[in-house]
Design a protein around this ligand. Structure first.
Ligand code: HEM
Length: 567
């Protein structure tokens, strides 16, 4: 037993100890919170003041000129004002000299400061580069890990692209690209032609009903073609899980719209963490969409692991799962080399022994990426192609004749991947459409380290800004008829179409070019050839020519054409 005096001494001592250690804890917590606050403040100050100041000095030191930036917002205000002014009216007729409308700040500043200048998007400098040889260097293999995507662009797209290959940088990008590239190899894509023709047949049936017994009907092909390309990517990406895939894409589309509405605030440090009603809605949509994606991925993995299906499937998700898991052993995991992969059981063993090269989150991010990268862009290409053919009936007739020659006149003869290369005139029309209306009118590359480019110093944290549209419409490179629709310039191939072969870059080039280029061109040829065989079309009087960019280049009021069935 403990005497009461000692007990009370111990009690008072221990309560004293408790109080002292509580106070100690409190002051530790206080110090920690103070440190976190100071660190947070330093990060903000570094981001909005210290780093931009250093970059501005570097620009000034090398005599780089440009419009003076404002603190934190750079040249945003002037950019927005100029864009607003240009976009307030239509173009008045289907004219293709759209540079002033789409990039008014570029045309204004290049007149004042010359072809090489710098402007600021918030606190990030953009160094304008238009010399093909310099662009070749930026896109080259030796610079693939040194340039990437900027912080602001990553933030703008993080909700609907995540950290997928489009927005990844450095080693992470290289790893992702290595894993997904085989899924876009021509041999794998050939198997997707059937899906593309099937989806196009559904659109044609819909138009058949609309045309009915009338000879002509007005259709907004922009929205129909957007739905078609979304269908095609949902089918090619998710195959049997198409219905779930469609729901995911609806959610992604809403997320994308919501994010873009507030894109101008993304430069505000910490704005994405604030519990605003906008952020809550984004978080809710994202959660729902990712839960659905997880379900599809898990379902596919379960079916393979219990042996219900022998492979992950031929859709993009299946190809990606196989690439990400099946072959990881050949490359990384030495222990797995002893396993014979011939039997189903062995394949299962490999999967359970080897570390997947992609986590579920990364696969989800790639799925979102393909949807975004693969449907708006191709919808744009198809829409502008139809508008240009509607306004140029002689080219429409030439393309149709070629389709009849190559594929025959009967609907049953569906286009196949092997015959598409014979559609040469259609190929020239597609190239010319991508020259006049490239879905990506600007490409940027963010310097992840200090770089030299020609006689320029590109400091880490700045971006090279390439105005694709300006290069595609440059009279010095393409001739005086640069802003006219003339597919014949591509008759002798791309290299001969222009004074400098690198001035044409709808898909960029080099190791970070569009991985879906073959997919997109195959899809465009299949869809357009099937439409041309069935319908003749002209511009509807209600069409208003007003191109705008909402991530990609599109007609603001839709693309109304008059469809007439070919009897
Ligand atoms: C007409 C259609 C298309 C055009 C004009 C186009 C254009 C481009 C361009 C210019 C880039 C480079 C962007 C940059 O680095 O800033 C790019 C990248 C990419 N595209 Fe496409 N694209 C098209 C269709 C597709 C399709 C159908 C897919 C997939 C199904 C796709 C997937 C991708 C991916 C994943 C990247 C990122 C590649 C990387 O960073 O390594 N694209 N595309």
């Amino acid at each position: 037993m403990i005497p009461s005096s000692i007990a009370s001494l111990i009690a008072s001592k221990s309560s004293h100890n408790v109080a002292t250690s509580a106070m100690g804890m409190m002051s530790m917590l206080g110090m920690l919170s103070a440190l976190v606050i100071v660190w947070g403040l330093w990060k903000i100050v570094r981001c909005i003041w210290w780093r931009p100041l250093k970059l501005e000095r570097a620009m000034r030191k090398q005599g780089m000129q440009g419009p003076p930036p404002l603190f934190m917002i750079g040249n945003y205000v002037e950019i927005m004002k100029l864009e607003e002014m240009e976009l307030a009216t239509d173009m008045g007729g289907l004219r293709h000299d759209i540079l002033q409308r789409m990039l008014p700040y570029y045309t204004k500043w290049s007149k004042t400061y010359g072809k090489k200048f710098v402007f600021w998007e918030a606190s990030e400098p953009r160094i304008v580069v238009t010399e093909p040889e310099l662009i070749r260097e930026v896109f080259s293999a030796k610079c693939a890990l040194a340039y990437g995507k900027s912080f602001i662009h990553q933030r703008c797209c993080e909700h609907f692209l995540g950290k997928g290959v489009v927005m990844a940088n450095g080693e992470s990008w290289a790893r992702q690209r290595r894993i997904i590239a085989p899924a876009f190899h021509i041999d794998k894509l050939k198997g997707l032609a059937g899906v593309m023709t099937k989806c196009t047949e559904q659109l044609i049936s819909k138009w058949e009903e609309m045309v009915g017994r009338d000879k002509q009907v007005e259709v907004d092909v922009a929205s129909d073609l957007r739905m078609l390309t979304a269908d095609i990517i949902a089918c090619t990406e998710f195959g049997s899980s198409y219905e779930q895939g469609k729901r995911i894409f609806d959610l992604l589309t809403t997320l994308q719209k919501l994010t873009l509405q507030f894109a101008h605030f993304v430069w505000l440090p910490g704005s994405r963490f604030l519990p605003t009603s906008w952020n809550w809605e984004i978080w809710r949509l994202k959660r729902e969409m990712e839960n659905l994606l997880k379900e599809i991925i898990q379902e596919r993995r379960d079916l393979v692991s219990v042996g219900k299906i022998g492979s992950y499937g031929k859709d993009l998700l299946g190809l990606m799962l196989a690439e990400s898991e099946g072959r990881s052993c050949d490359l990384d995991d030495v222990n797995c080399n002893n396993i014979n992969a011939n039997s189903m059981n062995d394949q299962h063993n490999i999967r359970s022994h080897c570390k997947p090269r992609f986590t579920t989150q990364q696969i989800m991010d790639e799925c979102k990426t393909f949807f975004f990268a693969g449907h708006e862009t191709t919808a744009g290409l198809l829409t502008w192609s139809m508008l240009l053919l509607a306004a140029n009936p002689e080219w429409q007739e030439k393309a149709r004749e070629e389709v009849f020659d190559v594929l025959g006149e009967r609907d049953e003869n569906l286009p196949e991947a092997e015959t598409l290369h014979k559609l040469k005139i259609l190929g020239m029309i597609i190239n010319e459409t991508l020259r006049l209306y490239p879905p990506a009118i600007v490409i940027t590359r963010y310097a992840l380290m200090d770089m030299k480019l020609g006689d320029m110093y590109i400091p880490k944290g700045s971006s090279v800004w390439i105005p694709v549209l300006a290069m595609h419409l440059d009279q010095e490179l393409w001739g005086e008829d640069a802003s006219q629709f003339k597919p014949q310039r591509f008759e002798q191939g791309m290299a001969r179409a222009c004074k400098h072969p690198l001035a044409y870059m709808p898909f960029a080039f080099g190791p970070r070019n569009c991985v879906g280029q073959t997919f997109a061109l195959m899809e465009a040829k299949i869809v357009l050839s099937m439409i041309l065989r069935k319908y003749r079309f002209t511009l509807a009087p209600s069409y208003r020519h007003a191109p705008i960019t909402m991530l990609t280049l599109k007609p603001k009021y839709g693309a109304q054409v008059l469809l007439e069935r070919i009897l």
